[in-house]
Design a binder for this molecule. Structure first.
Ligand SMILES: C[S@@+](CC[C@H](N)C(=O)[O-])C[C@H]1O[C@@H](n2cnc3c(N)ncnc32)[C@H](O)[C@@H]1O
Length: 227
């Protein structure tokens, strides 16, 4: 890990520990974005480009189109890519500063950026989206509220809608980094989304962190996802 990233990680861990101790475990996201003062190097997950696994999966699913919801959109790159690809995109984050930052980065965007909490999403989002993208959100939410966060996702899918997720996979290897993020098990993911039809579950790792196991997975809200 380079020196800058190590410094940012240390700050993140301090903020998350103190938020947890105060009983507000998600507070640190806003603190991190607000404190970054628009320097993306202060946001350890900021890729400044769409996630390549999402781009690849969407490119191979021409029948997936319509209304898309990007959960925990961060700095907005996944949402913007989906918008250019033809989706009618809503993207939300719990952090007001991240949403302000997205709007500043993409002033002509057609994405509907919103501040919202996955733990209590707006009622009008129920059964509304043909595609939901969740990248690195559930793994950033502590275990005691993670079930509730995950259970919100299938409810927002329209009939026939698709859920696409990317995250760290809990495997045989003992994680050598402090948490968050918490790697997630395949059993837990499949259990949370058992009302959906599984389409994909792939393991992969990134070149820059080959020892970290990751997954990409997709589910469909219908009995025959290939119909
Ligand atoms: C690890 S970051 C990933 C951001 C983005 N998806 C990406 O891949 O770059 C987790 C994001 O989820 C947001 N988040 C955390 N808990 C949330 C919640 N309950 N509702 C909405 N957003 C949440 C955070 O503010 C942060 O932007």
């Amino acid at each position: 890990m380079d020196e800058k990233l190590a410094e940012v990680r240390a700050r993140l861990l301090k903020l998350s520990e103190s938020a947890e101790a105060d009983g507000e475990p998600l507070r640190w996201f806003e603190e991190l974005y607000a404190g970054a003062e628009r320097d993306s190097e202060e946001i350890p997950w900021a890729r400044m480009e769409p996630h390549p696994k999402m781009v690849e999966w969407i490119a191979n699913q021409p029948h997936v189109q319509g209304r898309a919801l990007v959960v925990g959109c961060g700095l907005g790159d996944d949402a913007e890519w989906l918008s250019v690809a033809g989706f009618d995109v809503t993207a939300f984050d719990i952090s007001q500063s991240s949403i302000d930052w997205c709007r500043e980065r993409f002033p002509s965007s057609t994405v509907n950026y919103r501040v919202a909490d996955l733990l209590s999403p707006p009622i009008e989002w129920i059964e509304s989206f043909d595609l939901i993208v969740e990248i690195h959100i559930l793994q950033a939410i502590p275990e005691n509220i993670r079930d509730q966060a995950a259970d919100g996702l299938p409810k927002m899918l329209s009939p026939g809608g698709h859920l696409f997720c990317v995250g760290r996979l809990l495997s045989q290897q003992i994680p050598d980094e402090p948490t968050p993020p918490w790697p997630l098990s395949r059993t837990w993911l499949e259990g949370r989304f058992s009302i959906l039809n599984p389409m994909l579950f792939n393991h992969f790792s990134n070149e820059d962190s080959p020892s970290v196991d990751r997954y990409q997975a997709a589910w469909c809200n219908e009995s025959n996802p290939l119909a």
